[in-house]
Write a protein that binds this ligand. Structure first.
Ligand code: GLN
Length: 489
């Protein structure tokens, strides 16, 4: 059983009407994972025993109509804490780390009795754009296993892209949910900064990190986002704004009538491949034919995004990762002779090369001699980038753009050149800089590989973004195409 053309509501109804049991659905997902795992390596852990036991319990207790997620198996990126289940962040540092509590997003899903079917692969500590930085080996793209699934939530992207599961949690610091969404042909969204609690997420860049969903379709994405949203006393940056039922708020094509959409010219440069450019131009025409207006707008500081992001995110990372000292968390080197040795050896052996590079970059940016020149300067440019969006949103309701410059690249083709790898995020990081809701929806194919369109909404206006994505999905069939796994489409 694959989950390509199913949605939460259908599976839920099948469960309520006892056409299928939670245990059967869970077993089906576990079988899917097992059938594909050798080719994809999307998972770091399949929670087989725990998931089947949880599903059995749901079957025994019964499923009420108003609990949409009861008995529904979903996957979880392995940097999200799960009580009693290893959470490794794809790092040797946390290889055997078993959290003693759940992240708030997991607690909220558990209230609805979802089934946590497995922990998905990622770039170590979510640092990367291809899932090749995992200490436990890369994930492969289901559309062509010679290609990357994007990153850092590449395991979640590949699992949903391969139809193994209806949805998977990811985290997005600079594009890590939306890029795998684009490159695996699925829907990936991140909410406004503050909409969803970060409590229990392995911290990377705290002023950017957000939890988001990869799903088969926009409606499920909207629904699941509502479930995990809301104020949390454990996260001071979480917002107490009311959480709308985003799925219930979705509307038909008439709802984009009069919608004012901006298409930033800085996102449509020569760096964009012809196929992606055409996909976005076609999408603009579609919106116009449905009564929206699409105008060229300007976000003048877009090209500063990569240097600014990689200064600020690494600075925050260097501070956040200070906690891995070989004493309080995770890995400790075996032959340390004194306290300095414990720190140095544990960190040298526990962290992979990209994580070390970022700790060094971030420490440098924060050091006394370079704080003003780098960190402060970058913080100022971040504010200017955020202000660019404020200006555009004075006259527009939504921004549309390519999600990335092209389809996925080949495994191994960019690992030797970190700056080339960083450039993949050029169109995804601005939304994180400004803390805005953003999503990728399937918008075309090139060379047998999918690519996505990016939508960026006003702060806390996820509804307009989901709605525009939903209308686009209703009027296109990109999301109806599925990979022939290993068939190298
Ligand atoms: N690719 C970006 C990075 O490497 C974004 C990662 C993320 O969003 N977690 O930092």
């Amino acid at each position: 059983m694959n989950f390509f053309d199913k949605d939460l509501q259908q599976v839920h109804e099948d469960l309520v009407n006892k056409k299928v049991s939670a245990k059967e659905i869970t077993q089906a997902v576990i079988d899917n994972i097992k059938n594909h795992e050798e080719q994809l390596h999307a998972f770091l852990r399949v929670n087989e025993a725990e998931a089947l036991a949880a599903a059995e319990k749901v079957d025994e207790e019964g499923i009420k109509d108003d609990q949409l997620l009861a008995g529904i198996p979903l996957a979880v990126k392995d940097n999200i804490l799960t009580d009693g289940i290893t959470t490794t962040a794809a790092s040797k540092m946390l290889e055997h780390f078993k959290p003693v509590y759940d992240a708030t997003v997991i607690s909220k899903l558990k209230e609805q009795r979802f089934i946590n079917v497995g922990k998905t692969n990622l770039d170590e500590f979510a640092m990367g754009s291809s899932t090749e930085n995992s200490a436990f080996g890369p994930t492969h793209n289901p559309w062509n296993t010679d290609y990357v699934p994007g990153g850092s939530s590449g395991g979640s992207g590949a699992a949903v892209g391969a139809g193994e599961v209806l949805g998977a949690l990811g985290t997005d610091t600079g594009g890590s949910v939306r890029m795998p969404g684009s490159l695996n042909g699925v829907v990936g969204s991140k909410p406004t900064y503050g909409r969803v609690s970060r409590y229990g997420i392995v911290a990377f860049g705290s002023s950017f990190d957000q939890v988001g969903w990869l799903t088969q379709n926009v409606k499920d994405n909207a629904y699941l986002t509502s479930v995990i949203s809301g104020h949390d006393e454990h996260d001071m940056t979480s917002s107490d704004r009311e959480v709308p039922d985003f799925a219930a708020g979705l509307n038909d094509s008439t709802s984009v009538k009069g919608l004012r959409i901006g298409l930033p010219k800085e996102y449509m440069t020569d760096a964009i491949s012809p196929a992606v450019r055409k996909g976005i131009e076609d999408a603009a025409k579609l919106y116009e034919s449905l009564g929206a207006t699409v105008d060229e707008v300007s976000l003048p500081h877009t090209e500063d995004g990569i240097p600014v992001y990689y200064i600020l995110a690494t600075a925050e990372a260097s501070s956040n990762l200070g906690r891995y000292d070989g004493i309080r968390y995770g890995f400790r080197a075996a032959d340390a002779k004194n306290i300095d040795d414990v720190y140095v050896k544990s960190r040298s052996e526990g962290f992979g090369p990209e994580v070390k590079r970022r700790i060094m970059l971030g420490t440098f940016a924060l050091s006394a001699g370079s704080y003003d020149a780098y960190f402060m300067q970058a913080a100022k440019v971040r504010r200017m980038m955020a202000n660019d969006f404020v200006d555009v949103f004075q006259n527009y309701d939504l921004i549309m753009a390519p999600m990335g410059t092209d389809v996925a690249f080949k495994l191994g083709s960019e690992t030797q050149d970190p700056t080339q790898m960083y450039m993949n995020d050029i169109l995804s990081v601005p939304a994180n800089m400004a803390g805005l809701p953003s999503m990728s929806v399937p918008a075309g194919f090139s060379k047998g590989l999918p690519f996505g369109m990016q939508l960026i909404g006003k702060p806390f206006d996820e509804q307009t973004m989901f709605n525009a994505g939903y209308v686009f999905e209703q009027n296109t069939d990109y999301h109806k195409q599925h990979p022939q796994l290993g068939g190298q489409n």
